[in-house]
Design a protein around this ligand. Structure first.
Ligand SMILES: NC(=O)c1ccc[n+]([C@@H]2O[C@H](COP(=O)([O-])OP(=O)(O)OC[C@H]3O[C@@H](n4cnc5c(N)ncnc54)[C@H](OP(=O)(O)O)[C@@H]3O)[C@@H](O)[C@H]2O)c1
Length: 340
């Protein structure tokens, strides 16, 4: 094994949208694991909006990425050397790694072992059966709590999380309506994912389009976008409506703290609820959700799309697609195949 570790480092902090010149290539040494540590070969990197948050010099549930450090990422990795009991070499694991070929981490920080499921590719353990699918599952079913026949509106509906949310809504016999940023993606939502209708929010007048497409109003809004879209949807919420606050990608590159939605009193008028969540809130129930999602995939009720590029050097450009919307489904970068 080479002892050169290829890396992508944070060169400078973005103000506004990230761009190619905020990253630089680097090389580090591969460090043998100390007590309680494992050396990981990184296989797939998960490209998530959370990375943009960690590039900011601000407190979060994890510290910011320092200038000159590798970018941090959710990852699927294989243990190549272990100094931690219960974590043998060869085991595939999920956790937070970095944009580098190899990472040495404390085993206590790993999120768990990954067991392959027959007929399902390994990378799906990072998407529909990983954080993306779990976010969709718990956010919709436990926070949005849709009932049969209700209208469920989903923003960023063609993305990793949103493409799963609409399908779960349909499986639960709800009417799924998606918002996305191109006509092509609208067609994909209705033709391939079973969304009943889709709105291109970039070209439509959202207020008018929502009246047309959701004439009975909106019972559940699964929101990953925030900003003006959230503010408009608040005015179409039904009595007892629920907003599952998953994310606010439209605000991630904003320099200033986003303004509150001026229509928030609609929550009062409609006796409605807006509730935030993180997937971690449901950590004790991941296995249960994975089993249900895998079953839906086997039965042909749930499909998924992983938008994968090869090569560490392509990770920055892939991250930028989160903000331009030039993708469908879950973004990830493939670095290597596992050793069998
Ligand atoms: N709460 C949690 O625990 C949790 C966990 C994971 C992810 N999340 C959140 O879930 C959301 C989706 O994450 P993902 O990884 O699945 O990403 P994604 O949906 O695959 O990609 C983001 C999508 O957002 C849309 N978008 C980007 N900028 C926008 C803007 N200014 N206005 C409107 N739409 C915009 C783009 O699609 P269009 O072409 O449709 O614009 C883009 O494809 C994010 O908000 C993320 O922070 C939350």
């Amino acid at each position: 094994m080479t002892d050169v570790n290829r890396q992508i480092l944070l060169k400078k902090r973005p103000v506004g949208a990230p761009a190619a010149d905020h990253f630089e290539s680097g090389e580090g040494r591969i460090r043998s694991p100390g007590g309680g540590e494992v050396l990981l070969k990184n296989l797939y990197l998960s490209i998530d909006p959370a990375i943009r948050g960690w590039m900011r010099d601000a407190k979060s549930y994890l510290p910011p990425i320092a200038i000159g450090e590798p970018i941090r990422s959710g990852a699927l990795s294989q243990i190549v050397e272990s100094n931690a009991e219960g974590w043998p070499a060869g085991q595939i694991v999920q956790g937070i790694a970095a944009w580098e070929s190899f990472s040495t981490v404390s085993a206590s920080n790993l999120h768990g072992r990954v067991e392959r499921i027959e007929g399902i590719p390994l990378h799906a353990m990072l998407s529909v059966l990983g954080g993306t699918g779990l976010t969709a599952y718990f956010g919709l079913l436990e926070v949005g709590r849709p009932e049969e026949g209700e209208t469920v509106l989903v923003s960023a509906a063609a993305g990793g999380v949103g493409s799963v949310v609409g399908q779960i809504a349909r499986i639960k016999n709800c009417r799924a309506v998606g918002l996305t940023g191109s006509d092509d993606k609208c067609a994909w939502l209705t033709d391939a994912l079973g969304y009943e209708a889709a709105i291109n929010y970039k070209t439509a007048d959202l207020q008018i389009a929502l009246k047309e497409v959701c004439p009975q109003g909106i019972d559940v809004f699964f929101d990953s976008v925030g900003g003006e879209i959230l503010n408009t949807v608040l005015t179409r919420l039904n009595r007892g409506g629920r907003i599952a606050l998953c994310g606010a990608i439209s605000q991630l590159n904003a320099g200033e703290r986003p303004p509150g939605p001026s229509n928030y009193l609609q929550l009062l008028v409609k006796s409605a609820r807006m509730e935030g969540f993180t997937t971690l809130d449901f950590a004790t129930r991941y296995d249960e959700a994975r089993a249900v999602l895998a079953n839906w995939i086997r039965e042909g009720q749930l499909t998924y799309r992983d938008d994968i590029v090869d090569g560490l050097e392509n990770a920055p450009a892939h991250l930028l697609r989160l903000f331009t919307g030039e993708h469908r489904g879950k973004l990830m970068v493939k670095l290597a195949d596992p050793e069998v």
